[in-house]
Design a protein around this ligand. Sequence first.
Ligand SMILES: [Zn+2]
Ligand SMILES: [Zn+2]
Ligand SMILES: [Zn+2]
Length: 380
Amino acid sequence: MAQTSSLHLTCLCGSISEPGSLLSDQETPVYAEMCHCATCRYTTGALSVPFSPLKSSPSATTLNKLQAYASSDIATRYFCPTCGCSCVFYTAPRDQWYFMSGAIEYNPDIKAPAESRNNIFKVMRHAHILDTKDGGLAPFLLQLGDRSVPTWAGIPPPMSASQDSYDLPHEKILSMLGASSKSPTRPPQEDSYLTARCHCGGVNLLIKRANHAHGDRSRCNYPPDPTKYSTYLCACRSCRLSTGVSLYPWTLVNAENVFNGKTLTSTDGPARITFGFEASNPDANPGLSLKHYWSSHDTCRSFCGKCGAAISYWCAQRPDELDITVGILRSDDGSLARKWLGWTWGECSFSEGSTDMELYEAWTRAPGLIKEAVPAYLNS
Ligand SMILES: [Zn+2]
Ligand SMILES: [Zn+2]
Ligand SMILES: [Zn+2]
């Protein structure tokens, strides 16, 4: 346990820095609620978004640096216009400010042990689970550490209410996972496209269904089913601080299969998306509100310049592959888009970068949990 005064609230480019003492909790791990709603998914690209409450508003300096996006009449989200990190969330009915838990770190001048760095926040409630249709990541995150986490179909009561109450039993959530396995909607045809669209609609992509050749060694291929793209979670610091979310979901897509959804009606058919070094050219990707942040000389993270949703990751070492954020996908079978994506259950890159080890450890138990709950799910 540490005092929150040794933390700061930040973003990948470092433009944002608020003192940890602004958090409502004064000791680590700090309280967090994890939201699974569609708006959170479409404004971050994540599947589940942890928020930590603040004592009061961030400073005017910080709010002026951030770009505001009103995601509804009653909620405003603030993201860093340089690196795209979702940082702050404000909800008017409760007059409550939150910081994205994934963007909370130790002050750079503090040498905290790994045990502390990996346990900065802890998720105490899950919200809006029914919004996912398939349970999303919630079925895998019901037991965190030694706690059984209360789960809510929609919005939970205020934080001052009993923290033990819930309205959606865990059995129901596990059965959502099973139901989506037993009655999948029709599988996509070879020439069909999956829409990837941020909340504001400024970024609208079309991803052609995977069709990997047998034995294809590309990282995009999901060998158990070559009509799907390989999909995984990442806990690295760079993903975390460019999104505000720990345990970040990516699907690996062949770049040649990603098209500009806004050119669909043109006579030439949809245009391929330009990623990488040429993407910053003003003529690239007409009609899309894509912005780019180079987190290293050869790594480009792209996000929506209007609503802040993270969209993609590209690096020069594998220029023909593109990581697309799972949270912006619009598959009719649910938030995990299992008709299109092949999930590597329980796997997570760079787990040492996690700031909530309970989440990571719960996710590593996913294969066993699935096997027990719905045996057919593993191979589907
Ligand atoms: Zn930033
Ligand atoms: Zn939400
Ligand atoms: Zn947008």
